[in-house]
Design a protein around this ligand. Structure first.
Ligand code: PSU
Ligand code: MN
Length: 306
């Protein structure tokens, strides 16, 4: 049976920019549909696109809509993403079945990387990647985002991995998978809502041009996969690590008591942390997403110039 043509649809602006070699930044949709509460989610989706534009690049928010892999959404698409309840959360495992059935869903970091690579987009901004969950030694809960970084050639700009995770194990796993983890502007690996995790980052590059060059050299070597660019949350919105740890402990206890498992774990924990911090984790999350969008645009511009 021959493979069907991929039902991928690039927004005209995205297709034009790619054809002309102008910078494009992919943005994910799970953070909009599942990671942030309403109405902040729609605001953040719009602001992230505006932040990319302000740096001279074209944003391409990625999602599956009615059996089509959409790369670049119009205003109505963003509203649907942010307000349609019950959208699926699609990772590598789910994309094929959802598209074949004509379904709709938001794409995780892993699925967004797959779509970006298929469209020819090399740079992608998000909040924080998924990783090794705490207790993974018994639950085996490790995000598919990590394997994707080892396979798919996209430069992912994030504020590290979400601090609800086991960050030392996440870094170990990334090392095993051969994924470059590059801190920006500091030596330490950032911890999503906090600037420091207490762990050193394996690599540090402060200049978008150097980050773009490292990515291209990896490709020249024929090494599969992307790289994780770890950009710390802006200082003004950062939360102290001790406060985050206390909130994560409360959230983990609630998840265990509620028997939360599988895809529901990450959205549940993010929401609990928001509640426990009185919304301050949300402000930090918004600030870091927008800053990552700006940095991604600068990296995309550096790639477009070389
Ligand atoms: N970044 C955020 N909020 C989020 C996510 C990232 O600031 O909600 C999403 C991403 O889509 C990531 C997913 O891929 O959480 C990880 O989910 P899981 O742990 O189930 O793999
Ligand atoms: Mn999981």
């Amino acid at each position: 049976m021959p493979a069907p043509a991929l039902p991928i649809v690039l927004a005209p602006e995205v297709a034009d920019a790619l054809a002309a070699g102008r910078p494009v930044v992919a943005l994910e949709s799970t953070i909009v549909a599942h990671g942030l509460p309403r109405p902040s989610n729609l605001e953040v989706a719009r602001q992230a696109e505006a932040a990319v534009r302000a740096e001279g690049a074209v944003p391409a928010t990625i999602a599956v809509m009615d059996g089509r892999l959409r790369v670049g959404l119009d205003a109505g698409g963003l509203v649907r993403l942010a307000t349609a309840g019950g959208l699926a959360k699609l990772s590598r495992a789910d994309l094929g079945a959802c598209l074949a059935a004509g379904g709709s869903g938001a794409t995780t970091v892993a699925a967004t990387m797959i779509a970006a690579a298929a469209a020819g987009i090399a740079v992608f901004a998000t909040g924080g990647i998924g990783g090794v969950h705490r207790g993974a030694e018994t639950s085996f809960d490790i995000s598919a985002d990590l394997e994707e970084l080892a396979r798919t050639p996209v430069c992912v700009v994030a504020s590290g991995a979400k601090a609800i995770l086991d960050l030392p194990k996440t870094l170990e796993r990334l090392e095993t998978l051969g994924v470059p983890v590059i801190a920006v502007g500091q030596d330490g690996f950032p911890a999503f809502w906090s600037r420091e995790s207490g762990l050193p980052a394996p690599l540090r590059l402060d200049d978008p041009v150097a980050i773009a060059a490292a990515f291209r050299m990896r490709r020249a070597l024929g090494i599969a996969g992307g790289q994780l660019v770890a950009n710390p949350v802006p200082a003004a919105a950062a939360l102290p690590r001790r406060e985050v740890e206390a909130a994560v402990d409360v959230a983990l206890a609630a998840a265990a008591a509620g028997g939360i498992a599988g895809k529901a774990v990450t959205p549940f924990l993010l929401d609990e942390v928001r509640r426990v911090t009185g919304g301050r984790s949300l402000a930090a999350n918004v600030a870091l997403v927008l800053d990552n969008a700006r940095l991604a645009a600068r990296i995309a511009a550096a790639m477009a110039r070389t």
